[in-house]
Design a protein around this ligand. Structure first.
Ligand code: HEM
Length: 421
């Protein structure tokens, strides 16, 4: 088995790899279980910018340094978002697994310059219209409904039954659909399948249904606007077309759902496994807010993000980057960069982590606040309703999903005294 602390073993491609001598394959289940060891080893071996190989041995750069990552994300003129400038397209097969994230789409995610400001400005203002107290109240109602479905049984699998379900329903509701009902449930299921397909799922068909449902929502809101994100996007003076609003709604909903669900899951894991926090459930020292923040520093959902593409030949962290090279944002690695933690005490009470990224394409300003309302309400409501909640397995039996991009548990089995409704 590969030693995750030593990427110079079988993680290294055969000698003579034409793209990046010494490049490290980012796959491998053992890395996905303990990514912090991989980042440490990569940093030791390669410095702040490491040559890596994505699926299919496609070369890219992984930015591990906090200051290098801040530089990349704040210099759009050098490291831009439109993936069509990638110099590797001739080597990408049509069924490449990262295509859904990297393939160009006409959404806010891939626009640049003034067009990005227009599209991101509409999203920002539409999200600013969300009342945070109202959102907390809605999340509490969704939490209560989800908890009621398992409270009587005394056990639950919290990832699918709670952590992912709550933000999915909350975001759909924020966009103007009811938080429950078969129509909403179908959209929530299709979003999950298109972002995170399981064996036997058809992600392409699911993505098609998501687009069709949101196109219908846009049509309904054009006719009868309401106090929701979709209507605010449609009524914005920037005058987005219906197609643009559908594309950007998909981006908003998809960008919100998975990271927020995993933020909730990773925080629940911390609270249920770490005695500094476990104490708190029954009135101890550290709060839910501190656990949420610690997760963003040390166990962030958005570990790595693809990415940016070099506009022209340039230098970064002592590396020569060529025009069209792909640069992967190593958000989790940057958060634990020893350059910002010289005392090797990693983690802080402030929010200077890069988990929401940085610069023009960062998670748009109101979104982290809304995610915080959802995650905090989800965790607090669960602990209030089920105060003797404990893990139903040993902490070391918990496993992470096999992804270097998104850090989330495969399952979080918990038990508690059954609650009679
Ligand atoms: C209400 C919940 C959320 C919403 C509505 C939301 C929305 C978005 C949108 C629209 C973008 C695209 C920005 C652009 O390209 O201009 C984005 C990017 C991003 N979001 Fe969020 N997000 C949410 C929650 C989160 C959470 C919980 C995390 C992580 C903890 C996160 C991390 C990111 C990251 C890393 C990016 C990529 C930024 C980049 O390219 O530099 N988001 N988000």
């Amino acid at each position: 088995m590969t030693d995750p602390g030593n990427p110079s073993t079988d993680a290294v491609p055969p000698p003579g790899c034409p793209a990046h001598p010494g490049a490290v394959r980012l796959g491998g289940l053992e890395y996905q279980q303990s990514p912090s060891q991989l980042y440490r080893a990569l940093r030791r071996e390669h410095g702040p910018v490491a040559p890596v190989l994505l699926d299919g041995d496609i070369p890219a750069w992984l930015v591990l340094g906090y200051s290098e990552l801040s530089y990349v994300t704040s210099h759009d003129e050098l490291f831009a978002r439109d993936s069509r400038r990638w110099n590797q397209w001739p080597n990408i097969p049509p069924d490449w697994p990262l295509l859904p994230f990297v393939g160009y789409q006409p959404s806010v995610l891939f626009t640049e310059g003034e067009e990005h400001q227009r599209r991101a400005g509409v999203i920002t203002e539409a999200l600013e219209g969300v009342d945070q107290f109202e959102l907390a109240r809605e999340c509490q109602e969704i939490a209560d409904a989800l908890i009621a479905a398992f409270a009587g049984s005394g056990h639950a699998e919290l990832m699918s039954g709670y952590a992912h379900a709550l933000p999915a329903r909350a975001v759909v509701q924020m966009c103007g659909m009811p938080s429950s009902g078969t129509d909403t449930q179908q959209l929530v299921d299709d979003l999950r399948i298109s972002l995170d397909a399981a064996e036997g799922d058809d992600p392409v068909a699911a993505y098609g249904r998501v687009g069709a449902r949101l196109a219908q929502l846009v049509k309904e809101k054009r006719e009868r606007p309401g106090p929701d994100v979709t209507s605010r996007m449609l009524l914005h003076p920037a005058g987005l077309t219906d197609e643009e609003v559908v594309q950007d709604l998909i981006s908003v909903i998809a960008a919100a759902q998975q990271p927020t669900g995993n933020w909730i899951g990773n925080t629940l894991r911390l609270l249920l496994t770490d005695e500094r926090f476990a104490l708190n459930v029954s009135g101890g020292r550290l709060s839910v807010g501190e656990a949420l923040n610690e997760v963003l520093w040390l166990d962030t959902p958005t570990q790595n993000f693809v990415g940016r593409w070099a506009v022209r030949d340039t230098q970064l962290g002592g590396r020569r980057i060529r025009a069209g090279d792909c640069v992967v944002l190593g958000l989790a690695a940057a958060n634990t960069d020893p350059q910002i933690w010289p005392e090797s005490h990693v983690g802080a009470e402030n929010s200077a982590h890069l988990s929401f990224s940085n610069g023009e394409h960062r998670c748009p300003y109101p979104a982290p606040l809304l995610a915080d309302v959802m995650a905090r309400t989800a965790v607090e409501t669960l602990l209030e309703r089920l105060p003797d909640l404990v893990l139903a397995v040993e902490p070391e039996e918990l496993t992470w999903r096999p992804s270097i991009w998104m850090r989330g548990l495969t399952a979080l089995p918990a038990e508690f005294t059954p609650v009679v409704q």
